[in-house]
Design a protein. Structure first.
Length: 411
């Protein structure tokens, strides 16, 4: 309330006031409040003096930009409506990024909100012909409804009004725009629980339901904490079902839909996940290859190819490779394959014969393509193909996948 006129000024519905009642009284005593002529002509504002400009300019600029609704206008131009209260203005974030991050640096925003930081980086790259990258992290439902669409719109056109592009990017602007944006979805706590599959007999369940099993430190609690997750839930997708690695393209999890209690089944990118887990600096990810072949037994009962390994679209055996460097500098080859034979002895034998033939055909055992470390999913015989002077070692993907996920200490 203006103590001289008695006029009352309600707080802004989005922003509120900048101080509490004691702070307001202190400003009033120091004559630091500018009062409008009446409540319809605006809100009271805190006075600032020219002598304070050098010290207060950066903060004042930020506050003025936000008070004038610049952040709201940024989003309204892109989407045609106000979608979020109190978004940061793109101009302010562009200034901060330009000052703090070199032209080829990396900007990390752990609380990305509506994606203002991401838009600022994209626009700076276009304005300055630079190559800054950005990593944005957000857990709110509007990650899908606001943040991702916002970055797509900014990458598509540099100017928007009322949710529509005002013009297409020029060839120069298109050249400076991002070539790819990757979206990673991390498994949530709820997703982990939703993917637990318990294997329990009726007799076990009856015992746990008994009255004497209930309560703290009783059988049911101890069973749940010390036995259930280790034994009954073993093989659940969220606890890494290594048996499902026979087809690395078909690993699925039930994932909760953003803003809903419903879940949908989605594919997990095991290849990308494994690269991150082992800290691989990826140099090349090959396109998948598929092959067909026929096998037969020789006179001594050993399995061999009947004819040759034929590369063929939609073939039964599928391979995909990743090459890169481990954190300790070792040159690494990761071989992912589908194992249509499963875990039966005959199936394993046939799948490994095809793997050996494919490996030799690719020339991975030659000196000009030598690796320090080779990963492959499923038991295999690749060690037997190594020449006496070769130094590469073979490791199972499943083993290190499980170890890095569950046996890390001090994290």
């Amino acid at each position: 309330m203006n103590p001289e006129t008695g006029d009352e000024y309600p707080p802004h519905p989005d922003f509120g006031w900048i101080t509490d009642e004691p702070g307001f009284k202190a400003l009033l005593r120091d004559n630091r409040i500018y009062w409008p002529r009446n409540p319809k002509s605006g809100n009271p504002r805190k006075k600032r003096f020219l002598s304070e400009a050098a010290e207060r300019a950066p903060v004042s600029s930020l506050e003025i930009s936000i008070k004038q609704g610049e952040g709201n206008r940024d989003l309204a131009d892109l989407f045609g409506a106000k979608l979020l209260n109190f978004p940061k203005p793109v101009s302010v974030m562009k200034t901060i990024v330009d000052v703090c991050c070199p032209a080829s640096g990396l900007v990390l925003d752990f609380f990305a909100g509506s994606g203002t930081t991401g838009e600022a980086v994209l626009r700076l790259n276009v304005d300055q012909d630079c190559t800054r990258r950005t990593v944005l992290v957000e857990m709110s439902p509007y990650f899908d409804t606001l943040l991702v669409p916002r970055l797509k719109k900014v990458a598509y056109s540099p100017e928007w009004k009322d949710g529509k592009p005002k013009r297409l990017a020029t060839p120069e602007e298109a050249e400076r725009s991002p070539r790819i944006m990757k979206v990673f979805r991390l498994e949530s706590y709820e997703d982990t629980l939703n993917n637990l599959e318990l294997r329990r007999t009726k007799e076990q369940q009856d015992l746990l339901d008994h009255a004497q099993a209930q309560g703290a430190d009783k059988l049911k609690e101890q069973y749940t904490l010390r036995y259930m997750l280790d034994v009954e839930a073993r093989g659940s997708q969220s606890l890494l079902n290594v048996a499902a690695f026979t087809d690395p393209t078909a690993y699925k999890l039930k994932v909760k839909r953003p803003g809903s209690d419903e879940s949908r089944e989605v594919n997990v990118d095991l290849i990308e996940t494994f690269n991150w887990l082992i800290g691989l600096t990826v140099q090349h990810i090959a396109a998948p290859q598929t092959f067909n072949a026929e096998t037969e037994r020789d006179g001594e009962g050993r399995l061999r190819l009947k004819g040759r390994l034929r590369r063929q679209a939609g073939g039964r055996w599928w391979f995909r490779t990743v090459t890169g460097t481990m954190p300790d500098g070792r040159k690494t080859l990761v071989i992912w394959r589908k194992r249509p034979g499963g875990e039966t002895p005959q199936g394993v034998e046939q799948d490994n014969l095809i793997l050996d033939e494919w490996f030799t055909r690719q020339g991975y055992s030659s000196k000009d393509r030598e690796f320090d470390l080779i990963y492959v999913n499923g038991d295999n015989n690749l060690e037997n193909l190594r020449a006496p002077d070769d130094t590469w070692k073979v490791r199972l993907i499943e083993g290190d996948f499980f170890r890095v996920m569950f046996e890390a200490e001090g994290v």
